[in-house]
Design a protein around this ligand. Structure first.
Ligand code: ZN
Length: 433
């Protein structure tokens, strides 16, 4: 008996010393919060319900329904009054780069140390959360090695605020096919991805990335897009089929999925042949390729805002690619691909001071209903990430990931850029305004 008591005391002490930071920011299991939503879009159905209550116990939602009913059962739960706002599932951005700051790429790789870039990444993660993104898939560090795993760990332990992160670490490209390039051969300049050739070496690289914490494997399928005489957007494929299949096969064997950067027809085609789970960018998607993606249940992260936003000094090819993407997006929606489009912005490709939620309005402008556009960042992205049991909907049993925006997103998609309050796993940030 006495031994058991001592053991219990020791266990309590060990827990207290091992997890002080986790205890600081994760919601205590017994903490109960009642959120009053003026309007609720729960992600499970398209419409909005007015005056709803969401009861949260610890990190999970325990009850959702008409406010009066939920309040009657809520007892002395803490109250959060969001009756002036629309509450939605916390947004998911399935394509970000917290290690990019929107500045010149070579400057980041040549003049900034990885510790400096990590400090910037910490501020980017905080920004993402403030914009209402409670989950992000960060698709490679662009030369900052495995530091994304450290940022993710710091967030998970409650050391810094940020969204829950799925990380891709270094990404894969073949020799000579990813920047930095164009420097004297006498210089040994860093590369923005892990440069690997040959199927066996690629298997080894995938194993190494997984060993150091990669949740996803990111691969560059092509480069150098150009408009062909047939009017389609072509590109140079990066891999032999043997290499590409080795990447996907090894990732799958280790329980990981593969995201393929692919802009032109050849790159998208190669990625689909290899069996990837998502196409990133996909500017050159044709009706045939869209149909293949639907048959194979492959997701598309369009990243429209990064290319289409107002900007000075955009190279002509960039403008052309943005136009290709606009047409491909409309075609994909018309062909019924909407549920396979996952919200992805390439944030970091533009500065984190710009709100990535501006992507929503482009989806509506290019052919989606506002409800469809919202689903890209909730249920669709949750399914792509294999996290639909936890995130993407506001239902009893799900993690309490919520965002409150000022306005009605079903009539005004721009209101999705006006996040006023967010909660991740039952923890609020910042307090209600
Ligand atoms: Zn990217």
């Amino acid at each position: 008996m006495r031994f058991r008591q001592q053991a219990r005391t020791w266990l309590a002490l060990m827990l207290a010393t091992a997890m002080p930071l986790a205890a600081q920011t994760s919601a205590p299991a017994e903490r109960r919060v009642l959120v009053r939503a003026g309007r609720l879009i729960d992600g499970a159905s398209d419409g909005a319900k007015t005056d709803q209550g969401i009861l949260i116990t610890g990190e999970r939602i325990t009850r959702v329904g008409p406010y009066a009913d939920v309040a009657a059962a809520a007892g002395n739960a803490e109250r959060v009054d969001l009756s002036r706002f629309t509450v939605l599932p916390g947004f998911i951005d399935a394509h970000t780069h917290v290690f990019l700051d929107g500045g010149e790429y070579a400057t980041q790789l040549l003049k900034q140390s990885i510790p400096f870039r990590t400090i910037e990444a910490v501020t980017a993660a905080r920004a993402a959360l403030d914009y209402g993104f409670t989950t992000i898939r960060d698709l490679e560090t662009e030369g900052a090695m495995y530091a994304d795993v450290d940022v993710k760990t710091a967030i998970d332990r409650g050391i810094i605020p940020g969204p829950r992160m799925l990380v891709a670490t270094r990404a894969l490209a073949p020799t000579g096919m990813y920047p930095l390039s164009g420097y004297s051969w006498e210089l040994d300049v860093p590369a923005g991805a892990q440069l690997v050739d040959g199927a066996d070496n690629l298997r080894r690289a995938v194993r190494e990335q997984v060993k150091f914490g990669a949740d996803w494997i990111k691969v560059y399928a092509d480069r150098d897009s150009y408009v062909g005489e047939d009017g389609r957007l072509h590109s140079w494929s990066n891999w032999t089929d043997e290499e590409f299949k080795a990447i996907v096969d090894e990732a799958r064997r280790l329980g990981r999925s593969v995201a393929a950067h692919a802009t032109g027809v050849e790159g998208i085609d190669a990625a689909l042949r290899a069996g990837v789970q998502s196409i990133e960018h996909g500017d050159g998607l044709t009706p045939e390729l869209i149909d293949r993606m639907m048959r194979q249940r492959v997701y598309w992260c369009p990243t429209i805002y990064v290319g289409a936003r107002p900007q000075t000094g955009r190279p002509p090819l960039r403008a052309t690619m943005a136009e290709f993407k606009r047409k491909a997006f409309g075609e994909a929606v018309r062909r019924g691909m909407g549920d396979l489009i996952a919200f992805g912005t390439d944030a970091g490709g533009f500065a984190w001071t710009e709100n990535p939620a501006q992507e929503f309005a482009y989806y509506v402008r290019y052919g989606m209903t506002p409800a469809q556009a919202i689903r890209t960042a909730t249920t669709n992205a949750a399914r792509l990430l294999g996290r639909e049991k936890d995130v993407g909907t506001i239902l009893a049993g799900k993690l309490a990931d919520l965002v409150a925006v000022d306005g009605d997103p079903l009539t005004d998609p721009a209101s999705l850029t006006r996040a006023k309050w967010s909660m991740k796993g039952g923890v609020t940030s910042p307090p209600p305004k």
